[in-house]
Design a protein around this ligand. Structure first.
Ligand code: CAA
Ligand code: NAD
Length: 394
């Protein structure tokens, strides 16, 4: 199949960036949203980004030339007709997504593939809205799509091998690296891990153990993360993390929503997009990197912030949802971590991670036990670097 035109539905944080990378790769893009104002704003964000990339010689073509391949419209029929591939990036709500997929199924040519950028919804549930479940797939990009290298690929239970092949070929043209999620589970790889970091960090603040800045300082300065976890939450949207949490817990992910996150959601403090979240920004939609004092980085043990994320990664590995190297690749390319989550575990020591999980059980009341894989590693004295073997050999 030759892909010429790509329809991108939803022009918010993710949709505008996905439209941009598709146009950079030479595709014609039809970008859709519910209002002309949103589309206008999306075009100006794309234009700003293209200028930045051009200045730094990261794209060869002039920004205006790239922009000329993107058409915007609020008319869904116009967006979808004649498109060979759809990437849906509307709000994280199953009903809204199903409505988009049902329309796409009736309007798009028979050969077209329908992909969702959902953060957490099982692809098989979205595919139910169509008569072409074999052509429905998950393509999970990361924010900002132009800078983050990763796409998680999720096969629904009816997704065909041909659909997978075509989608992988498209990701290659978009200059992306991929990891394949072997089972269609809510939150896939990265967001199950990230949700653990977000909720742990938020609960530590809620329980008065640390401040927002203490935690972000540890992550930024001691672990060399590109952003602290509260920074990332604000940057990508607290509303998105709230929706992800609800979707995952409804489908068996064991976690208690941090009350601060709930409060912020109710007050519409969504982060950068509304001008306030865990940090305050100059205006709605105007990003400015929060200032976090370096001296705060000594106030907390990094292992406690990542313990449940490591536990989740151990679960993903033990259940065969992804390989060890794909899980590590996913956090590095999707979240910009300087090393894989299993490398962090080996550095901390598995015994220290397990002790931190036990402590968190008392603090957070989430009731999460150490994963059987971690317990087995303890029994086998595979504690990480200090015993020459943990998740990796040294
Ligand atoms: N297009 C082009 N350039 C951009 C840009 C964009 N969209 N966004 C930022 N830049 C530019 C900046 O303007 C800056 O340029 P200058 O040096 O000329 O000022 C440059 O990129 C570097 O940016 P910053 O100085 O602001 O910050 P940085 O060095 O920390 O890099 C980053 C930015 C790549 C985003 C990095 O901070 C990072 O990797 N952060 C982690 C992001 C992350 O975790 N994303 C995933 C979120 S979760 C998710 O997406 C999944 C989900 O389902 C919720
Ligand atoms: P957003 O709120 O910034 O943008 C969503 C856009 O969808 C809005 O502009 C909204 O007007 C539009 N929309 C809603 N219903 C629509 C419809 N029926 N037709 C057309 N447009 C419609 O959200 P976002 O952060 O861009 O997230 C979009 C999707 O991508 C969600 O599924 C989210 O979970 C996922 N995602 C988000 C991130 C992130 O970091 N923000 C990362 C990866 C994936």
């Amino acid at each position: 199949m030759e892909i010429r035109k790509i329809a991108v539905i939803g022009a918010g944080t993710m949709g505008h960036g996905i439209a941009e990378i598709c146009a950079i790769a030479g595709f014609y893009v039809s970008l859709n949203d519910v209002s002309e104002d949103i589309l206008k704003n999306a075009l100006s964000r794309i234009s700003w980004s293209l200028e930045k990339l051009y200045e730094k010689k990261q794209i060869k073509e002039e920004p205006n030339q790239v922009l000329s391949r993107i058409k915007t419209t609020v008319n869904i029929k116009e967006t979808l007709e004649n498109a060979d591939f759809m990437i849906e990036a509307v709000v994280e709500d199953l009903d809204v997504k199903k409505d988009v997929f049902s329309k796409a199924d009736s309007i798009m040519p028979k050969h077209a593939i329908l992909a969702s950028n959902t953060s957490s919804l099982p692809i098989s549930e979205i595919a139910e809205a169509t008569q072409r479940k074999d052509k429905v797939i998950g393509t999970h990009f990361f924010n900002p799509p132009v800078l983050m290298k990763l796409v998680e690929i999720i096969k629904g239970k009816d997704t065909s091998e041909d659909t997978l092949k075509e989608t992988l070929a498209l990701c290659k043209k978009l200059d992306k690296e991929i990891v394949i999620v072997n089972k269609d589970i809510p939150g896939f790889i990265v967001n199950r891990i990230l949700a653990r970091v977000v909720n742990t960090a938020c609960m530590l603040v809620y329980k008065g153990i640390a401040t927002v800045e203490d935690i972000d300082a540890v992550l930024r300065y001691r672990l060399n993360f590109p952003m602290g976890v509260f920074e990332v939450s604000d940057y990508s949207g607290l509303d998105v993390f709230y929706f992800i949490h609800g979707i995952m817990t409804k489908r068996g992910f064991k976690a208690r929503l941090c009350p601060i996150l709930e409060e912020k959601f109710k007050n519409k403090e969504f982060g950068v997009k509304t001008g306030k979240g865990f940090y305050t920004y100059p205006a709605a939609g105007k990003y400015q990197k929060p200032e976090i004092p370096k001296e705060k980085a000594t106030k907390l043990d990094p292992a406690i912030i990542l313990a449940l994320a490591i536990n989740e990664a151990a679960y993903l590995l033990r259940e065969g949802i992804a390989t060890k190297s794909d899980i590590d690749k996913a956090v590095m390319l999707g979240l910009g971590y300087p090393k894989g989550i299993f490398r962090f575990a080996d550095e901390f020591g598995i015994d220290r991670v397990v002790a931190a999980i036990e402590r968190l059980k008392e603090i957070t009341e989430e009731g999460i036990d150490p994963d059987p894989l971690l317990i087995k590693m303890m029994e086998q004295n595979k504690l990480g670097i200090k015993t020459n073997e943990g998740f990796y050999k040294y």
